[in-house]
Design a protein around this ligand. Structure first.
Ligand code: NAP
Ligand code: MN
Length: 282
């Protein structure tokens, strides 16, 4: 197996990356950052997002696996203290994988004839920092609403636990093939009206956004932000490609959600410390 390693700059991550490399040194696992078939990330969910974009041209050929040096993440389901178990799983890899839907975003910029196509693992956010963003929102060919507010977010199912959730979006099981639109501070009064609730569209539908005033818009895709450019039209739908993760063991999605947002409680109603449990050999 050819492995690419991506880590963030935090000291724990750098040290763990060195340990990882020492552990694979005498095995069939070779480091190949150019043409990998497995990408190991060490850091947080944000590190995995960076790796996803770094290797987005290889999506059909690679699997990702993420180690979190902090708490348990959504894309990073291995913890730093489980490194030995992970390396063993890699050595005995049989191609186990799970895949999740991605967002396909086609952007037509004013100064370019062709649309540019992007893939998001979490979401795309279009917003205006100065003044109100006004845009027409279509579902397929039909005008749905004229939106006024700070911006809009369109998220994937796995992105539904990211910023989309902070915007009031629902948490969506990643087996659901859908994308979700949420609003950033919409203007609603007797004159202006938006749906004012999250909207989930079906697999065969798409959303088109046409900004009325194109100046000063900022487009973010996952952890990347694009310099201000005049956006004429954006089209959002579920991508044909999916992202693949190596899955050597299964963490129930709702357990992950509980672990991240609620905290797993023991009988005494105390939050369970997973690391302490592991250190005690439980
Ligand atoms: P960041 O500022 O470090 O990210 C904010 C937090 O979101 C971090 O705790 C990150 O986890 C977590 N996160 C990322 N993807 C997630 C997911 N799918 N489900 C649950 N939590 C997730 O920036 P970043 O690390 O570069 O990540 C960019 C992402 O952060 C964006 O795509 C957006 O979804 C999210 N974000 C959230 C908010 C918010 O909730 N208000 C604001 C900005 C950005 P790690 O610590 O493990 O990296
Ligand atoms: Mn982060």
């Amino acid at each position: 197996m050819r492995i690419a390693l991506v880590n963030n700059n935090r000291q724990e991550s750098v040290k763990l990356a060195e340990r990882f490399l020492r552990k694979i040194a005498d095995s069939d696992l070779v480091l190949d950052n150019e043409h990998p078939n497995l990408i190991v990330t060490i850091g947080g969910d944000g590190t995995l997002l960076s790796a996803f974009h770094k290797y987005s041209h290889l999506l059909d050929h690679v699997r990702f696996v993420g180690i979190h040096t902090g708490h348990l993440g959504f894309y990073t389901d291995w913890r730093d203290y489980e490194l030995d178990d992970l390396v063993e799983s890699l050595k005995h890899d049989k191609g186990e994988s799970v895949s999740y839907p991605l967002l396909d975003l086609e952007v037509k910029y004013r100064d370019e004839d062709e649309s540019i196509s992007y893939r998001a693992l979490n979401e795309a956010v279009l917003k205006k920092v100065d003044g109100t963003m006004v845009c027409d929102i279509y579902v397929k060919e039909e005008l749905f609403e004229t939106f006024r507010g700070d911006g809009i977010c369109v998220a994937t199912p796995t992105g539904s636990t990211g910023i989309s959730k902070s915007l009031g979006g629902a948490v969506i099981h990643p087996r659901t093939e859908a994308i979700q639109l949420t609003e950033l501070a919409s203007v609603n009064n007797r004159v202006y009206r938006t749906l004012s609730s999250p909207m989930v569209i079906a697999k065969d539908e798409w959303i088109v956004v046409k900004p009325i005033n194109e100046k000063g818009l900022i487009l973010s895709i996952d952890n990347l932000t694009f310099a201000e450019r005049e956006v004429e039209q954006l089209t959002y739908q579920i991508a044909k490609e999916r992202v693949h993760f190596a899955r050597y063991r299964h963490t129930h999605f709702w357990s992950r959600v509980e672990n991240s947002f609620i905290g797993v409680l023991n009988k005494e109603n105390q939050i369970v410390d997973e690391r302490a449990r592991w250190e005690r050999g439980e």
